[in-house]
Design a protein around this ligand. Structure first.
Ligand SMILES: [Cu+2]
Length: 286
């Protein structure tokens, strides 16, 4: 009897906790309402199963409790009941899977008019690359990575010359424009996650992953790494600021291209050589 009451209280407590809980999803700031729907459908199906099964268990414990003079009825098989249980469990599981599959299909089917942005992850920071005027990201290779070329752009690929490189963890995106996020890791597994976008995807060394999103609310949101990637994992944060199209265009125009960074590096080298013609200072010779 006590156990039955405890189980019933557990169900009641869970419902109250859910209704009064402050830990609810942060407000949506993208087009991914379908991901919220998939989550909610899963929650309601699980909740219905949890409440029904636990209350049934509490009722059974009470109804069939031990009483003098009562004996248990032994029934090892009940095919009809098993068929019903299998059917309804199947319906419940299909109901949970189907909305997720629909949302996933939409999530990786990029619209033709989407702009492209690349996010790169490394222990423990984010960087971003826009394709520049030609609209094509230049090819990259890990062999080309160096302090002067942190994105590993191929020096011979003309598409890479106008690529816009953001060597800071602060990304900006325009509101109401679909964007394909292309993800690349330089070292280990990372995961690009913006909770308000309901968008999340692993960065896998050696392959390029992607998803697409349309930001729908102006604001600044945190980018988190959602894949344990080493001792500095907790520090691997960035921000994405959603701004008006005009503000975005003028911000992007101020960011350096790969060619500009190369030219800058060459100017710095020349200046250094002029200031130190023998190279003794640079080599640390006294
Ligand atoms: Cu990480």
């Amino acid at each position: 009897m006590v156990v039955a009451i405890v189980i019933a209280l557990l169900v009641l407590g869970s419902i109250i906790f859910h209704l009064a809980s402050p830990w609810w999803q942060t407000p949506l700031a993208s087009n991914w309402g379908s991901i919220d729907t998939a989550l909610n459908v899963t929650l309601w199906i699980c909740a219905a199963a949890f409440v029904t099964l636990n209350l049934f268990m509490a009722w059974s414990i009470y109804r069939y409790r031990h009483r003098p003079g009562h004996t248990a009825h032994y029934e090892p098989e009940n095919t009809r009941l098993e068929k019903r249980l299998t059917f309804w469990t199947g319906i419940g599981i299909a109901g949970m899977l189907a909305p997720g599959l629909v949302a996933w299909h939409e999530y990786v089917t990029v619209p033709a008019n989407a702009a492209v942005v690349e996010a790169t992850g490394q222990q423990w920071q984010w960087g971003f690359r826009f394709p520049g005027k030609d609209g094509v990201l230049g090819t990259t290779n890990v062999r080309h990575m160096s302090p002067e070329n942190p994105f590993g752009l191929s020096p011979r690929d003309p598409h890479g010359r106008d690529d816009i490189l953001i060597e800071s963890p602060d990304l900006r995106l325009p509101i109401d424009r679909p964007v394909k996020m292309v993800l690349r890791s330089k070292d280990v597994l990372h995961d690009f996650y913006v909770p308000q976008f309901r968008a999340k995807m692993d960065l896998v060394p050696g392959i390029v992953t992607y998803f697409w999103v349309t930001p729908t609310k102006i604001g600044t949101y945190e980018i988190l790494c959602a894949e344990l990637c080493g001792t500095g994992h907790h520090m691997m944060r960035g921000t994405v600021t959603v701004v008006s199209g005009r503000e975005f265009d003028s911000w992007l125009a101020e960011q350096p291209t790969y060619s500009q960074l190369l030219a800058q590096a060459r100017t710095d080298e020349t200046r250094l050589a002029q200031a130190d013609p023998t190279g003794r200072v640079a080599k640390g010779v006294r």
